[in-house]
Design a protein around this ligand. Structure first.
Ligand code: IMP
Ligand code: MG
Length: 185
C-alpha cells in the first residue's frame, strides 16, 4: 500500500517523559489497588507496549496481575475513525466478578473504550476502570472520561510507543507527530 508523503521527525513526548509519566500512573493505580490482584486487559494492537510498562511497574509495587487482550478495529489504514467498532478477537480469561483495568494507547472519539467497557460489563466484570497513555478530548464523539490518563494532546495524529500509522512506527521509543507536508494543517 502506498502512503501519503509524511514526516515523523517532530517528537511530542520523549522516551524519558513517557517513562516518568507511566511511573506516576503506576503509582496511582497501585495506590487505588492496595496490593490486590488486578486483571489488565489491553486493546490491540496499540496498547501492547504501554501495558507491558504498566505491568512491570505494578510488579515493582507488589501488585500481582493477569493479562489478556482483545482486538478492536475501527480505523483501517487511515487517520480517522470509521465510526464503527468491530470486535475482531475476544479475550479469553474469565472476568466474572473481577476488578478489570482496561488499557489503551489513546482515547480519541471514545467509541473504542465505550465499546470495550460495555463488553466487559456484559462478561460480568465487577468493576471496569480505564487507563490511556494519551487523550485527545477535542475529538470526543461519545462522552468518555478515563480513570487514568498519561497526557492530553490536541487534535493531531501521533505514532510511536505502540501507536501506528497504517501499521508503522509502533517501535519508536517516543511519541512523534505525523505531519503531511503540503496538506492543510
Ligand atoms: P476512538 O475509538 O476514536 O477513541 O479511537 C481509539 C483508537 O484509535 C485507538 O485505540 C487508536 O488505535 C486509534 N487512534 C486514535 N488516534 C490515534 C493517533 O493519533 N495515532 C494512532 N492511532 C490513533
Ligand atoms: Mg488502538
Amino acid at each position: 500500500m502506498t502512503l501519503a508523503p509524511h514526516d515523523v521527525s517532530e517528537v511530542v513526548f520523549s522516551r524519558a517523559q513517557i517513562a516518568t509519566r507511566v511511573e506516576a500512573l503506576v503509582d496511582a493505580i497501585a495506590a487505588d489497588r492496595g496490593g490486590e490482584p488486578l486483571v489488565l486487559i489491553g486493546i490491540l494492537r496499540g496498547s501492547f507496549i504501554f501495558l507491558a510498562d504498566l505491568l512491570r511497574g505494578l510488579y515493582r509495587h507488589g501488585v500481582p496481575a493477569v493479562v489478556d487482550f482483545l482486538t478492536l478495529e475501527s480505523y483501517g489504514n487511515g487517520t480517522a475513525s470509521s465510526g464503527r467498532v468491530r470486535l475482531a478477537k475476544d479475550f479469553e480469561i474469565d472476568v466474572d466478578g473481577q476488578d478489570v483495568l482496561l488499557v489503551d494507547d489513546i482515547l480519541d472519539s471514545g467509541r473504542t473504550l465505550s465499546f470495550a467497557v460495555a463488553h466487559l460489563r456484559e462478561r460480568g466484570a465487577a468493576r471496569v476502570r480505564t487507563c490511556v497513555l494519551l487523550d485527545k478530548p477535542a475529538r470526543r464523539a461519545v462522552p468518555f472520561s478515563p480513570d487514568y490518563r498519561g497526557f492530553e494532546i490536541d487534535d493531531t495524529f501521533v505514532v510511536g510507543y505502540g501507536l501506528d500509522y497504517a501499521g508503522r512506527y509502533r517501535e519508536l521509543p517516543h511519541i512523534a507527530r505525523v505531519a503531511f507536508p503540503g496538506s492543510a494543517p
